[in-house]
Design a protein around this ligand. Sequence first.
Ligand code: NAI
Ligand code: UGA
Length: 438
Amino acid sequence: MHITVVGTGYVGLVTGVGLATIGHRVTCLDIDKEKVTRLQSGEVPIYEPGLAELMREKMAQELLTFTTNAQEAYARGKVVFIAVGTPSNPDGSANLTYITQVCAEIGMYARQDMIVVTKSTVPVGTNDYIKETIERHLCSDVAISMASNPEFLREGSGVHDFFQGDRIVIGTADEPTAGVLEELFKPLEIPIFKTDIRSAEMIKYASNAFLATKISFINEISNICEKLHANIEDVAAGMGLDKRIGSQFLKAGIGYGGSCFPKDTDALVQIAGNVKHDFQLLKAVIEVNNKQQTSLVQKAKQLMDLSGKRIAMLGLAFKPNTDDMREAPSLVIADQLLTEGADVVAYDPQAKENAKLLLPHIQYVGSIDEAISEADAVFLVTEWDEIKQYPLEQYVELMRQPVIFDGRNCFELERVRQYALDYYSIGRVPVLRRQISV
Ligand SMILES: NC(=O)C1=CN([C@@H]2O[C@H](COP(=O)(O)OP(=O)(O)OC[C@H]3O[C@@H](n4cnc5c(N)ncnc54)[C@H](O)[C@@H]3O)[C@@H](O)[C@H]2O)C=CC1
Ligand SMILES: O=C(O)[C@H]1O[C@H](OP(=O)(O)OP(=O)(O)OC[C@H]2O[C@@H](n3ccc(=O)[nH]c3=O)[C@H](O)[C@@H]2O)[C@H](O)[C@@H](O)[C@@H]1O
């Protein structure tokens, strides 16, 4: 089947490469000329494990092409997947500017009956708006059929999630359209859930909001554990053994970040508000998360004067295995540290270049060794494997004061106790140098 994917960001690119891998002919369209030039030369502009190899293979087999030419791309695709960004407006609602532009272009260039599939996360009811907008711009006598197909991939494991997803949701009012999409996804052998368009749109927001709720819930429990000297890792493990609760998304830390949870929870509060529903629970989830992002520096401030101190930040991306800095907790932490007058030195294996644009006032170095040398304290912000595997004795060796504030519970307390470190983590008792056991 010939497919056009609009937008070559995290979602569009993984989708395009994935669909080519299961045998479809895919044209990926983007308005960003520089991005498309890089893609055409086989370079992946984002860090997403496993994506580059697969992309080059599919390009070589002529199953995957990249273009900025909308006319050509829309003329080719019988099925068009929209995967452009839907960022937040200042009031938290979803900004549909890119979606609207795409609708106008589809209307202008569609030359055959077309199935338009919305993969971007859009407020409930938006697919009606998309159809109307496309039809208003149509220049040919063609029929547009709509489907919602929300995306559930996680950054950093996008390729895995494309091929091993838990479900594919297809929302459409039109049975033949559902049939075409079922056939299109069939080689993936992933369970398909069919529903109406509005329910599909809501499934996406409700899923992200529920996962965000789990995280804020466990973070609140971790704050109480700290006060009562319980261990959040054991509490989460013990809870997670109950199949009704499940063990995933119970990792306490410095709050969720990324391009989606913060944006989609804000948008769902707005969506509810538009129908006069006050989504109190979700508002609390957001508030807890905002507070949690500041909790590590608050803890440090109670223990030391940060002014003039050399503070190392290890990890900047909003989670490991991505270079994405959107809404990363590191942005809040770095700002707080700078406000306290600290001298901040940061290391991240992949996110440095993106971070520089958002955090121009901190120093960047190329290794953990360099970051922690002569530091008065270290903040562990993103649990990259490299950071988790870094030898603890090096902190003792290289730092001026071996004090660690671990926002991601990277180490077992038993292990930390073997070193002359002051170690403060989330929802667990601190380990202090005077308690050294060896
Ligand atoms: N990033 C993620 O992990 C996930 C994102 N989503 C949703 O998917 C959508 C896309 O997200 P990302 O891939 O992260 O966005 P992104 O910002 O990384 O990429 C969007 C791309 O669309 C392009 N674009 C904008 N207007 C265009 C137009 N008129 N024609 C062609 N291309 C155009 C941009 O140049 C950009 O390359 C959003 O709605 C997001 O909420 C859903 C699940 C996962
Ligand atoms: O809509 C989206 O964009 C995507 O949002 C999330 O994916 P992603 O943001 O890539 O990453 P997650 O692994 O979900 O992590 C999000 C944030 O929550 C934090 N987190 C996650 C899990 C956990 O137990 N604790 C926790 O603090 C992470 O550190 C990170 O900051 C969802 O997991 C995807 O299903 C969804 O498609």
